[in-house]
Design a binder for this molecule. Structure first.
Ligand SMILES: [Ca+2]
Length: 486
């Protein structure tokens, strides 16, 4: 044959480098090869609510596929049994009490430093999609204002399509301050918006951080007829709740397929977890037989589904290594070799990067929880717990032998018990110092903007001009009617 092989090879090389080159030429050398990062979180999905744990009625084929392709954590913990505090822990790597967002609806302080700011400073483009709940507003999710001093833009997100709190089908959201009315289920909407953002990032040759915080399956749940179909025998409430998880699972499938289509799935780290444990009033059971529900520091309130998929680094497997949402930012900082000035210290999480690479067996730094007067210290198999911090009435459990936390073994292990108790109280003192503002250069907590002080959305005068337009919307009708009726 006279057709020479070399020119063909050259031709294909040229085509190949042309395809790849456009992106990498535009990328700064500093950002070349950096993994993209996607953090995806559900709202009130309990530990038992996945197909891969054999839930009796719920099927989650896409989460199951993600679990099979990544590192499945069988002991992953939300840093708090409630939403805003867990979100604050993701943003900062710290226990939420240190950050201002100690309970639901409290704002994250502007004195904190976030993972989005750190990545923005490292050449990443950053986006937030969905529920924010770190600006001081409570009640159903309303779109955020462009000049809100605690909106996602104030904490390092260049792009955002966000609402203050939980949201449902056909929501009104805020695209960097512009109010937009959208159609469809909440999970699909935010994943599509995130994929559009990722597509632009890939086109521009920039690594991206996409934070996708869903409002599902948080109440009020409204699922489509198709998504509810498998749950005909359940109560209306449970039907909608489980239907929303079906929609979420489908969105996870869309996200994973979208990353493959963009050609970036291999070096994109996707981290999925829920923001707190499951609900007690949903049947069948949401917490996989654990003790307690959302709001409690028993396992059912804090242990949640967790998966990290990153094909370039993580070999698929399951682990019972205990990990928490406080580990997310320290892990990312370690992967990117960021200086520790990206954090406000002390941080409470640790890097899981060695675990991702298969080089970590036992957790050296335990996981501390403090939620009001409920506290826990999880040191591998052992868990110290109290519901009355002021009285220091602690109990001790071995989670491996006693997963339902039924047998207090403090008396049988007095030395271990006292050692863990002392360690907990010492840590708790550092939290008190943080609450006083000692972690900040100012040495104190700076006063909050009026609108960042915890308040109901309906009492916020900025929303009053929208009452007329929104008064018949299912998510706002009750609040607006009550307010106008005063
Ligand atoms: Ca929640």
């Amino acid at each position: 044959m006279s057709t020479p092989k070399v020119p063909l090879l050259l031709l294909s090389l040229i085509a190949f480098t042309h395809l790849l080159g456009l992106a990498s030429l535009r990328a700064d050398t500093k950002t070349a090869g950096k993994p993209n990062i996607v953090l995806i979180m559900t709202d009130d999905q309990g530990w038992g609510q996945t197909g891969y744990y054999n839930h009796p009625v719920l099927k989650t084929p896409n989460l199951d596929a993600m679990a099979a392709g990544g590192l499945r954590f069988d002991r992953f913990y939300a840093a708090s049994p409630s939403c805003s505090p867990t979100r604050a822990s993701v943003m900062t790597g710290r226990n939420a009490n240190r950050t201002g967002a100690q309970a639901h609806g409290f704002a994250l302080r502007l004195q904190e430093k976030t993972v989005a700011q750190a990545l923005q400073g490292d050449g990443y483009t950053t986006g937030h999609f969905g529920k924010w709940h770190l600006n001081g507003t409570i009640g159903p999710g309303v779109p955020l204002f462009p000049d809100d001093k605690h909106n996602p833009g104030a904490f390092g997100f260049e792009e955002w399509l966000s609402v203050t709190n939980y949201f449902d089908r056909d929501p009104i959201m805020s695209r960097k301050g512009e109010f937009v009315e959208l159609k469809g289920d909440s999970s699909g909407i935010i994943v599509d918006a995130a994929l559009e953002f990722m597509k632009n990032a890939v086109k521009d040759g920039e690594p991206f951080l996409a934070v996708i915080w869903d409002g599902s399956p948080h109440s009020p749940s409204v699922a489509s007829e198709e998504d509810k179909a498998a749950f005909a025998s359940l109560s209306e409430r449970s039907k909608n709740h489980y239907g929303e998880l079906v929609a979420f699972d489908r969105a996870v499938g869309g996200l994973r397929a979208g990353l493959r289509e963009l050609g970036v799935a291999e070096n994109t780290l996707v981290w999925f977890n829920s923001d707190n444990g499951g609900l007690g009033n949903i049947k069948p059971d949401t917490v996989g037989g654990l003790r307690g529900y959302k709001g409690s520091t028993w396992e059912g309130g804090i242990r949640v589904p967790g998966i990290v998929e990153w094909p370039a680094v993580i070999k698929p497997r399951t682990t019972d290594y205990p990990a928490s949402t406080m580990d997310i930012f320290p892990t990312i900082a370690d992967i990117l070799d960021l200086p520790d000035t990206v954090f406000v210290k002390p941080i409470d999480g640790i890097s899981l990067y060695p675990l991702f690479k298969g080089k970590q067996e036992k957790r050296e730094i335990p996981i501390f929880f403090r939620h009001g007067s409920q506290c826990a210290l999880i040191d591998n198999d052992m868990k110290l717990h109290t519901t009355k911090l002021n009285r220091e009435e602690f109990e001790l459990f071995n989670l491996r032998e006693d997963p339902s936390e039924a047998n207090n073994i403090a008396k049988a292990h007095p030395e271990r018990f006292e050692q863990m108790k002392a360690r907990y109280l010492e840590w708790s003192d550092t939290v008190d110092a943080s609450i006083e503002g000692r972690d900040y250069p100012e040495g104190r907590v700076l006063p909050l903007d009026t609108y960042a002080q915890r308040h109901k959305w309906v009492d916020d005068d900025r929303y009053e001009p929208f009452f007329e337009e929104w008064k018949d919307r299912p998510e706002y009708a009750k609040d607006i009617k009550k307010d106008l009726g005063k």
